[in-house]
Design a protein around this ligand. Structure first.
Ligand SMILES: Nc1ncnc2c1ncn2[C@@H]1O[C@H](COP(=O)(O)OP(=O)(O)OP(=O)(O)O)[C@@H](O)[C@H]1O
Ligand SMILES: [Mg+2]
Length: 296
C-alpha cells in the first residue's frame, strides 16, 4: 500500500545471528485497524517494539520502516527532537502491562502532565487536551489523583491510552491490550479502539491472541509465524484460513462465534464460502504455497 501511514518493507531483526523478524511487507493506512496475530514467540512484540525504536539494544535491524514517509531505520533515520516526536507522540505503544509504563511514585495526573510537557504540549493547552482524552477513553478524572498501584489493570491501560489521545497519536501500537483484563473490560477497550479510530482517526496495529476481538475490530489481518507473514486478508481470512499456521491458530481459539457471524454478514450468509478475491490478491508475495495447502 503506497502512501500508507506505516510502511514496512524487508524488515529483518536479528539477535545473536538469529533472525527473529523477516517481514517482506506490512502496511497500516491512516485510520486503519490492522490485526497482527500469531502464536507465542512468532515475533509480534518484536515488530511493534522495532517500529517504535524500542527493540533490544543488541538487535540488528535492516530494511525499511517508513512512518508518514519518514524512514525510521538506518543512519539517516530521524534524530533528537524529530525522533522523540515520532516515538511516543505520533506513534504510541500500549504495552501488555500498561501499569509498568506509569511511574510508581507519580499520581496518574502528574505522569500525564509530565509526558505532555516532555512532548512540548504548551501548558495552556494541556488541560483541554487532557479533558478531551479522558472523555474519549471514558476515564473518571478523579482516578487521576491515584498512584499506579491504586488503579485496576483496565484503568491503568486507559491512562496510557489517554496519553496517546492527548498527544494526538496517529498510530497506536496495541500489544495484547486486552489480555490482562476481564471480559467486560475487554469489550470496553475494544469499543474504545473502535471509537478512537472513528472519532480521532487513529490508525491501530493490533496484536492479540484473542482472534474474535481482532476479527471484530480489524479491517485487515496479517498472520505471522517465526517472524514471517504467512497469510493476510480481510477479517474474514480467519473464517477461511488457507495456511496451516492460520488454521492451527483458529482451531486453538475457542471464541470465534463472533468471527463466524461477521463472516456470514460479509459474505451474505455463506459462512463456508471460499476466501474472497481480496484476500488472495492481498496475500504477500511468496505465499503461493501457503494458499495451496500450507505446507510448513
Ligand atoms: N531480548 C531478546 N533477546 C533475544 N531474543 C529475544 C528477545 N526478545 C524476544 N526474543 C525472541 O524473539 C522471538 C519473538 O519474540 P516476541 O516477543 O516478538 O514474540 P511474540 O509473538 O510477541 O510472543 P507472545 O505472543 O508470547 O507475546 C522469540 O523467539 C523470542 O524468544
Ligand atoms: Mg508479545
Amino acid at each position: 500500500m503506497s502512501g500508507a501511514l506505516l510502511e514496512i518493507r524487508n524488515l529483518a531483526v536479528e539477535i545473536g545471528g538469529r533472525r527473529l523478524v523477516d517481514v517482506a511487507e506490512l502496511a497500516v493506512g491512516r485510520g486503519e485497524i490492522v490485526g497482527l496475530v500469531g502464536e507465542s514467540g512468532a515475533g509480534k512484540s518484536m515488530v511493534l517494539s522495532t517500529v517504535i525504536g524500542l527493540q533490544p539494544a543488541n538487535a540488528r535491524v535492516t530494511g525499511s520502516i517508513r512512518f508518514d514517509g519518514v524512514e525510521l531505520v538506518g543512519p539517516h533515520g530521524p534524530e533528537g527532537r524529530l525522533l522523540r516526536d515520532l516515538r511516543g507522540r505520533r506513534i504510541a505503544l500500549v504495552p501488555q502491562a500498561a501499569r509498568a509504563s506509569l511511574t510508581p511514585t507519580l499520581q496518574a495526573r502528574h505522569w500525564l502532565d509530565r509526558a505532555l510537557a516532555l512532548h512540548r504540549v504548551p501548558r495552556a493547552e494541556r488541560k483541554a487536551r487532557l479533558d478531551h482524552a479522558l472523555d474519549a477513553v471514558r476515564l473518571d478524572p478523579a482516578l487521576l489523583e491515584r498512584y499506579p498501584h491504586q488503579l485496576s489493570g483496565g484503568e491503568a491501560q486507559r491512562v496510557v491510552i489517554a496519553l496517546a489521545v492527548a498527544l494526538r497519536a496517529e498510530l497506536l501500537l496495541a500489544d495484547e491490550a486486552t489480555s490482562a483484563l476481564d471480559v467486560t473490560v475487554q469489550a470496553e477497550v475494544a469499543e474504545l479502539f473502535r471509537s478512537l479510530r472513528e472519532h480521532e482517526g487513529t490508525a491501530i496495529l493490533l496484536v492479540s491472541h484473542d482472534l474474535a476481538l481482532v476479527a471484530g475490530l480489524a479491517d485487515r489481518i496479517d498472520i505471522i509465524d517465526r517472524g514471517v507473514i504467512v497469510e493476510r486478508g480481510p477479517a474474514s481470512v480467519l473464517a477461511t484460513p488457507a495456511h496451516a499456521v492460520t488454521r492451527e491458530l483458529v482451531a486453538a481459539n475457542p471464541t470465534l462465534d463472533a468471527l463466524e457471524a461477521r463472516h456470514a454478514v460479509e459474505t451474505g450468509g455463506a459462512a463456508d464460502a471460499p476466501a474472497t478475491a481480496a484476500s488472495a490478491t492481498d496475500a504477500p508475495t511468496g505465499s503461493a504455497d501457503a494458499r495451496d495447502g500450507g505446507a510448513r
